[in-house]
Write a protein that binds this ligand. Sequence first.
Ligand code: ADP
Ligand code: MG
Length: 394
Amino acid sequence: MQVKKLNEIDVRGKKVFIRADLNVPQDDAGNITEDTRIRASIPSIQYCLDNGAAVMITSHLGRPTEGTVGPDDTLAPVAVRMGQLLHRPVRLIADWVDGGFEVKPGEVVLLENCRCNVGEKKNNEALARKMAALCDIYVNDAFGTAHRAEATTHGIARFAPAACAGMLMGAEIDALSKALHDPKRPLVAIVGGSKVSSKLTILKSLADKVDQLIVGGGIANTFLLASGKRIGESLAEPELVKEAQAIIDMMKARGAEVPLPVDVVVADEVSALARANRISVDEVGPHDRILDVGPKTAAKLSEIIANAGTVVWNGPVGVFELPQFAGGTKMMASAIAHSEAFSIAGGGDTLAAIAKFHIAEDVGYISTGGGAFLEFLEGKTLPAIAALEERFTA
Ligand code: ADP
Ligand code: MG
């Protein structure tokens, strides 16, 4: 995978257009409640400013209707926060597609929510050409939207005079490629979360590569069914038992394995008041719901993680939001934090678990992309990265 990187390009005196992912969560009053994405966008912007470029940045925010900028759609709060982080004012430009605004070298402006522009989502060529005409260099730093071909993530990369990956995008591509194409073995993947159906493709594609495939959460329940266990009223997808069995067989044929839980934490309801019981996986009753792995299983998984060369993690192994069912995910998070293995993690709820158990510092690489992270690991070509590859010249 060859893409030009921002730090390989001379940006002095150039007009640089950065597509960032500044889609931050906000409260009802519009206040930003979590600014990780804005912080993550700073290195590319700072690099451009330090090297004398005139910088324009845009991003989507929420799911606006194209053609209007509603009160919830504006990047105004993001401009304020970004100004604080950059220690300089960040002007917000409305109606920017046709130009008519000025940016000086060493100056930075934010271009209003790009998903408010008509044609953005459909990757309209006329729109992409207009945006490309605003700049000398197009920089894509929005890994989180790399799996979507839109005018600011794909079309513009084809028409801008030059196109490259930003610092964050470059780091994502490097870390994920390393784990996928040249991993230190054993390569261990942990796929947890609620449903097999939402992760079937990734399970199959990982089954072809990894030495151990740890399944957890609701996903493990379907695998337990496949191996003939009773799971009571646990969340599972009986219609996917065959698929689960095929994955187990695929791994076996390669001399690899899918370790299944030997003990579990059950309750009769998913609630903060639920009484949790630790039992052997063979003791699950007809009204039990499996909501976490048990301590023996967690210890076994921790050992696998401790001996791994590379760990890829997506999805909690239990309902970690409730303290009674957080033990397995917590123990696994701690094992990842203490392992010598190069670890990468991604996924919305996975990131929440990492924050909850305070292990962010100890994970090798935390991906900012949810859907994009999974699609990359599935081996799919992400359109935004493909567009940059097409512009690669040594
Ligand atoms: P991610 O966002 O990291 O990809 P998912 O969205 O696939 O993860 O899954 C996360 C959700 O799975 C969490 O809300 C968690 O409560 C739920 N979950 C985990 N284990 C179980 C289980 N045994 N039964 C039901 N839900 C579970
Ligand atoms: Mg999720």
